[in-house]
Design a protein around this ligand. Sequence first.
Ligand code: UT7
Length: 316
Amino acid sequence: MPDIAPGSKVLALGHYQPANVVTNDDLAKTIDTNDEWIQSRVGIKERRIAPDGESVEDMAAIAGGKALAASGLSPDDIDLVIVATCTLETQIPNAAAVVAHRMGINSPGAFDVNAACAGFCYALGTANAAVRAGAARNALVIGAEKLSQWIDWTDRSTAVIFADGAGAAVVGPSDTPGIGPVVWGSSGDKADAISIKDRNDHLYQEGQTVFRWATTALHPVALEACSRAGVDPAELAAFVPHQANLRIIESIARKLGADKAVIARDIVTAGNTSAASIPLALSRMLERGEVRSGDLALVLGFGAGLTYAGQVIEIP
Ligand code: UT7
């Protein structure tokens, strides 16, 4: 069957961050770390941490509400809600149905995607396919995470990195494709490199294994996403990779050769918010005027699994 819509595009973005700012100096009061190490090794100056009682679903609903308002659509226009997250407090119910109900979206298809830090790009690829195929008129895609509830706050190898937040995108039909083909994949042989061993445990990461993989295996994925969209990296106005580590971001950006692109460095003030990091960064860049409507951006997620996904999109 032919696609119903010739393309889909991101119609609007929205984001939410908890109010509570935690600086590197704040962390150095309770664990053996310091501002110089964190900034030079990871690139983070400060991050936002949600208080007890503020959930993944709460943050997702606020970011989703902002994206929906900016799109000019009403809740009744949304047929599909996808929440990319790996940090729910409990496994059941899923976040998407709860978030949709809170937003007044009536009976949409609603499911969560757990592809960790690649989750938003997986969800965006799925929403693109659903809208083009006629399975949804419009879709709401949200990345939302509360990493803080899965972190051992005495473990300096993870406590300084991860943070909380949410970002969202409304996806609707378009006469020309505004979301390029997704390039996605996984390396399950390295599944143990980032994991939570059991329900009473905390997030564990073999930092150097992931670092080596991210700085060697991902630029070909970035280049393939550009090639499949028919876009030369030199044409990109923005490169928005998962905000894992500033050194990883800059390494991939160099190899990509996106010489004119603004590189997302949202990690500096937002930390690593896993599936939320890409829509959060992009929405904040748009808000600050660093990118403009109609610009082309490459988004690239990667993380636990190990999983990765990326595509070129037109900025709403
Ligand atoms: O988002 C999901 C995907 N995740 C990633 O992409 C993460 C990829 N990995 C990384 O970003 C980096 O590996 C980390 C930021 C996690 C760690 O940076 P690193 O440069 O690989 O540091 P390291 O683990 O090799 O540690 C270097 C030194 C060690 O001390 P010695 O053994 O050299 O004396 C650590 O004990 O730094 C020490 N260290 C710290 N020192 C101060 C480790 N954590 C800290 C800390 N503060 N927070």
